[in-house]
Design a protein around this ligand. Sequence first.
Ligand code: 523
Length: 137
Amino acid sequence: MVRIVVAGAVIREWGGANRVLLAQRAYPPHLAGLWELPGGKVEEGESPAQALERELREELEIEVVGGDRIGDAVPVGDDLELRAYRARWVAGEPVAVEHRALGWFDDAEVVRLADSGEMVPADVGWVRELVDLLRRP
Ligand code: 523
């Protein structure tokens, strides 16, 4: 059975640019140090939006509401399907509970991370759509 993994893009405008919140993974070893849209596996009985809201509450201590899909699903191995969503920020300042670090990245910085191999490989599949969102006024 294929498990769905949801990942959320929280976008905020500051310093004159739209920025997306990315999180630097601490595990497993082959992904440690790489940046991702934060999220995790959908549990039984949860909708993807509920899973996204729970994961960001657990991992970042923020309240969000799950929104529109971003880009296509990305298969990882034989048993995972990753989906990215907009996550509308509601409350809380992000804290790196499980990640090594957090950062707010503008369009050029997202492209640089992807091009330099510093982004989780599956997430590179969403960079084009993310950049389009970040370039919107
Ligand atoms: N990814 C991934 N990109 C991305 C996320 C949130 C997850 O490639 N933006 C992959 C990494 C793992 C798998 O999806 O192979 C599960 O992600 P993880 O570990 O963040 O999900 P959890 O927290 O639900 O997993 P457990 O630690 O197993 O509970």
